[in-house]
Design a protein. Structure first.
Lengths: 247, 507
């Protein structure tokens, strides 16, 4: 199984440690993982703003970078959703179809494809609040949502439960969007920041020391709000916890 | 500051109030923050929703009350949903019935007209708001009506009905309490079900003091309601005509159904002998069995109550009276032909998408500057005026909560994204967005340009990539800290630490 690693632009720039943890974690399972060095972005900023045409060349580049792999894995559900459901600016060739159907968010790849049942190296004796990105939750269906009448399930929680010493902090509005929303965070800055502050307040009330998520983008926004509010919360990507990060 | 709320709403251990208790129990009045007003409307200029939203957020008491009140409705809705095992099946059924009816709308409309006429109802057809208003005015003039009482109707808001009637010297009295508050304040409803939900009780006390002479310092809900009742009852009793909307129109029986909690539709319909119902053509359903599905979903989705207090079936005029139904198109036929957007016509106006929308709860419904606010508004409003409402589809994080609470399964968040594409394709996009996205598209399409644009080793503002900055202002950093820039990107780390693979991964 040949795996291509996609490291989203903001992870590459601001959270290289998330990319490193994802790579090392996949390698722990004996996979041959490659990171195509000419990659940039999935095209989501343009597509989400409605500028599909402007996304076409970025999408083409994405497909050129990743068409040779059996699976494409990325530590971002939001980018996965873009590739799987919204990468429609370019013609649907066999290569495009292959890339779109073979792109997985890290948690669902570990849970559904590798069916991992233990992380013997992982220990995280802390109180942790889990945040699910909205695309990851409602479009990739990584967990059950409170809006629907369905059996409760959570793939990220199922994986985190295998980590020694971890304790979960419950939020009062676990499914509420944190207000990042990609370009929404700059175009609609006031509402975005208010939503972020409310999310941080909920996290604080839960007694969490750490917040974790399979999406760095939401956490970058939440962390920005938390710091400005002087809130004592730490943000860590789920890949780092599963890879055995020790606080 | 904390919001003015019932203790039960803030104390997690207390029993939650039901809808009736929450809306009627008096609270101690202690603040009087001025009410933030809605979006500024300048003719046909695009509405700036975020400007109005920012003013709503700055009114912290209003915003906190609004968010908590609507979130409470969402939670009550969830509780009702869990009480019904077949909830998701009901949603499928409701969606299917609506899609079926919409796909054969001409057939069902004619069937309704035939059966309603047989029941003694006079059926009228209006292609737009102006025609609707003219038809109603004509009916009223023939009967010499000077005063009309009416229950809540979003359709009449679309038609600008109240203002039209005022210009033609017909006095209109709203009988829904929330709608009456809005009428007296000369404001549009901010929500399809709870039209004055953006107002604090102190705001209402202010409006009533000015318009019906109540005590401006008494914001007790019982007192205010009683004052309104005393002021309005004589007007209702002397009105010569009553008007309602219609939640469902049953083709097979030629009847229509109005759902309210205050019984005000019955008051409007039954007090005078002339009853006019204004109804959008998308409200058709085939038969009474279908109605049962919607009655189970409507109030549970809207307010988290099992059923509306009143579900009134109107079958024909009473003896000596007249009943008219005005079926209004006002853009609906055109919408039905829009491949990506016709499903918005399934909407039963429950407001569940508004209650769950994190943007709506923090912005207030008037910030949208349009008849329909919140998620459903974002996908309906541009069908009325693409230019004026072109910014609205951006007032969403595309989080998808709306789609999943919708009782008729409208793919709201997908349509919001589709509207962005459609509007940008038609050139209806703000120049700032267009320029930024064109630049981002160029940079991200080229690994070399992209790598060169990265902000390593610089300070503060320049740390953010272009698409995260807005004009020359540091929009990100106004209320949020900017992430620290690490010493090296992942790409650089990889080239150093995985030299061999880095060669293999070149495309």
């Amino acid at each position: 199984m040949k795996v291509g690693l996609f490291v989203p632009c903001y992870v590459d720039m601001f959270h290289p440690e998330t990319g490193i943890a994802t790579l090392e974690l996949l390698e722990r399972f004996g996979l041959s993982v490659e990171y195509p060095v000419d990659q940039t972005c999935c095209g989501q900023p343009m597509t989400n703003t409605g500028c599909e045409r402007e996304a076409a060349k970025t999408e083409e580049l994405f497909v050129r970078n990743f068409e040779k792999y059996d699976y494409i894995v990325t530590p971002s559900g939001s980018c996965t959703n873009q590739v799987r459901h919204n990468m429609t600016a370019i013609e649907e060739s066999d290569a495009v179809k292959h890339v779109r159907s073979r792109t997985y968010e890290l948690v669902e790849f570990l849970h559904d494809v590798l069916k991992v049942d233990a992380f013997p190296w992982a220990e995280f004796p802390h109180r942790v609040a889990l945040h699910n990105n909205c695309n990851t939750l409602r479009n990739l269906r990584i967990a059950s949502m409170t809006e629907r009448r369905e059996e409760p399930f959570s793939k990220p929680k199922a994986l985190l439960k295998m980590v020694k010493g971890i304790e979960f902090a419950d939020l009062t509005r676990p499914d509420e969007c944190c207000g990042f929303g990609g370009t929404f965070s700059v175009f609609e800055e006031g509402v975005s920041a208010k939503m972020g502050q409310d999310k941080v307040t909920d996290q604080l009330k839960s007694g969490a020391e750490y917040v974790t998520s399979s999406d760095s983008s939401c956490m970058m926004h939440q962390e920005g709000c938390a710091r400005r509010m002087g809130a004592n919360l730490k943000y860590i990507h789920i890949a780092q916890i599963l890879n055995g990060a020790r606080a | 500051m904390t919001a003015e709320l019932h203790e039960e709403l803030t104390d997690p251990n207390a029993d939650q109030l039901d809808h009736g208790a929450a809306s009627s129990r008096p609270l101690k009045s202690r603040i009087s923050e001025p009410q933030p007003r809605g979006a500024k409307v300048h003719g046909n200029r695009p509405i700036d929703q975020s400007e109005a939203a920012n003013r709503f957020i700055a009114a912290t008491e209003h915003e906190a009350m609004h968010d908590a009140r609507l979130w409470d409705l969402r939670q009550k809705r969830d509780k009702e949903m869990h009480g019904i095992e077949e909830w998701e099946e009901l949603r499928d059924l409701a969606s299917g019935i609506k899609e079926h009816t919409l796909s054969k709308l001409d057939y069902y409309l004619e069937l309704f007209e035939k059966n309603a006429t047989a029941n003694g109802i006079k059926v009228h057809w209006a292609k737009d708001g102006a025609e609707h208003n003219a038809i109603v005015l004509d009916i009223l003039r023939k009967k010499g009506v000077e005063r009309l009482i009416k229950s809540k109707s979003m359709l009449t808001e679309e038609c600008g009905f109240r203002h039209f009637m005022a210009e033609n010297n017909v006095e209109v009295i709203e009988t829904d309490l929330g709608e009456r508050i809005q009428q007296l304040d000369d404001e549009a409803p901010s929500h399809v079900v709870v039209p004055a939900v953006h107002k604090l009780r102190t705001d209402v006390a202010g409006v009533f003091a000015k318009t019906i002479g109540s005590d401006p310092d008494n914001a007790d809900a019982h007192y205010l309601t009683e004052c309104q009742r005393e002021a309005t009852r004589p007007l209702i009793l002397s009105a010569q005509a009553g008007m309602t909307g219609g939640n469902f129109v049953v083709a097979e029986t030629g009847t229509f159904v109005v759902c309210t909690n205050e019984g005000n539709a019955d008051l409007s319909a039954n007090t005078p002998s002339l009853h006019i119902a204004s109804i959008g053509i998308e409200k058709l359903i085939p038969g009474l069995d279908d109605l049962a599905v919607f009655v189970r979903l409507l109030s549970r989705s809207a307010l988290g109550s099992p059923i509306t207090q009143y579900t009134s079936h109107f079958r024909g005029p009473r003896e000596g009276g007249e009943m008219h139904v005005v079926l209004v198109d006002n853009g609906r036929s055109e919408r039905l032909g829009m491949e990506k957007f016709w499903r918005g016509l399934k909407c039963i106006r429950c407001g569940a998408c508004m209650n769950t929308c994190p943007v709506f709860r923090r912005s207030g419904g008037l910030s949208y500057g349009a008849t329909y606010a919140g998620p459903i508004g974002l996908i309906i409003d541009p069908t009325f005026n693409v230019h004026k409402y072109r910014n609205l589809p951006y007032s969403s994080t595309l989080n998808g909560s709306c789609t999943n609470v919708c009782p008729v399964k409208i793919n709201i968040h997908e349509q919001i994204a589709d509207w962005r594409k459609t509007l940008a394709g038609e050139g209806e996009i703000s120049p700032v967005k267009k320029v930024m996205m064109k630049a981002a598209g160029e940079v991200l399409a080229s690994p070399v340009v992209y790598r060169a644009s990265l902000p390593l080793g610089r300070s503060a503002l320049r740390h953010l990539p272009h698409f995260m900055l807005y004009n020359k202002l540091n929009t990100w950093g106004r209320k949020r800290d900017i992430p620290e820039t690490p010493k090296q990107t992942f790409n650089e780390w990889y080239r150093k630490n995985r030299k061999q693979q880095a060669e293999g991964g070149k495309s």
